[in-house]
Design a protein around this ligand. Sequence first.
Ligand code: NAD
Length: 486
Amino acid sequence: MTDTRPDGVPTRIRHHIAGAPVDSVSGATFEVIDPVTNRPYASAAAGGPDDIDNAVAAARTAFTEGPWPEMPARERARVLYRIADAVQERGADLAHLESFDTGLPITQARGQAARAAENFRFFGDLIVGMNEDAYRVPGTQLNYVVRKPVGVAGLITPWNTPFMLESWKLAPALAAGCTIVLKPAEFTPLSASLWPGILADAGVPDGVFNLVNGIGEEAGAALVAHRDVPLISFTGETTTGRTIMRDAAPHLKGLSMELGGKSPVIVFADADLDACLDSALFGVFSLNGERCTAGSRILVERSVYEEFAQRYAERARNVAVGPPQDPATEVGALVHPDHYERVLDYVETGKREGRLLAGGGRPEHLSEGNYLAPTVFADVPRDARIFQEEIFGPVVALTPFDTEEEAIELANDVDYGLAGYVWTSDLRRGHRVGQSIEAGMVWLNSHNIRDLRTPFGGVKNSGVGHEGGTRSIDFYTNEHIVHVAT
Ligand code: NAD
């Protein structure tokens, strides 16, 4: 098998604490594998409570001694803009590393760097423009609000689009003046190892940003349990979210939870089917289907159901599955053999629960690596596991409906509530159905285009709280009210 390792991939991945690379206090490491060969390519420091203690102590010192939290917003923003420029300049390298580590198609990994850079620009702009409110009570009082960074922010991130999702938390936390301990996902620690260099070069003082690698139940759990970390921003699985909420409860921490999804795409017979097909394919097969907002349940009005299903399956069979680094690839390798096995289990379950129209296993031309042909099941009933549970791979369930009411009922009949998509030419119906879907975010005749000012988050089992725009700054700051007699 050819070595797909890009230039610059380290063989050793370390923590970064108080401005310096360090190994674990215990000396423990774990192996990091790439998803094409499934062979170890690096050994990463496996953090535990001692490493978290050291990282939190560094972050706490940087917070209490400054200068970061007290810096004028304009100065912090300048640093954020430099980070954005550096991320953008290194975009091509970064995309190669991300594609190598996660199995994402290289063309899709490229967009991630641009998006990460934009997050820093956006939150740099936003913090400069933030108001601190004042309330006048005539003849009695003037009340004014001082926004203060909360303190050491614990950031825990998943393995799907890791660098971009890290930036989505790092940028507002830094903009707000917090100091940070980041615990990236253990499947994909590679791109996170770029942050220390990028941030230091941009002028982030030592100790403001700290990175501890490691297993979730060890390094992540120690971060959640640490008494000097007043808030945790978490993106990951719903079950992990529950554990974190439980472990954070003794300290009553601030929590932001962006969790799993099982998002519906509702297709009415009057929809622009060509545009809808394009979107519904992209919605579940881009990013290897490892996308929290994937439209993984497609509900189609019965009069166009069979036509839609056949056209969709035909398109799915033509999606190019191949090596992540090949620019022609549209679906790459799933992130890790454990995850691959889990997704394959769902595919076998789906063969009992629905009618297999496309895919269903490893593509014939790829004998090794975590590859799965885009898989389409039709006639999937609402009680099927592949209708109810998040698969997080290139697998989709199609289900017919007869009435608008039934479509809404099916859409809402799951525990998740992250995103939803509605396709119809009847705009009144589009608004009506869109507003009836139990989800944090709905797209009408469109998909995942997001403006950074808008709220991002889910309801039900898909999350607690929202990120995006001022909501992110609200999370990383406390509003301190001073009441003055007049
Ligand atoms: P995961 O929950 O397994 O892991 C996420 C992070 O939590 C990792 O860093 C992991 O090490 C850490 N972790 C695990 N156990 C922990 C514990 N007990 N205490 C503290 N930290 C712990 O999730 P994943 O498999 O990496 O990511 C995929 C999931 O993330 C999917 O469910 C997906 O839908 C979700 N996701 C949601 C969004 C969103 O915005 N809603 C975005 C991306 C991904």
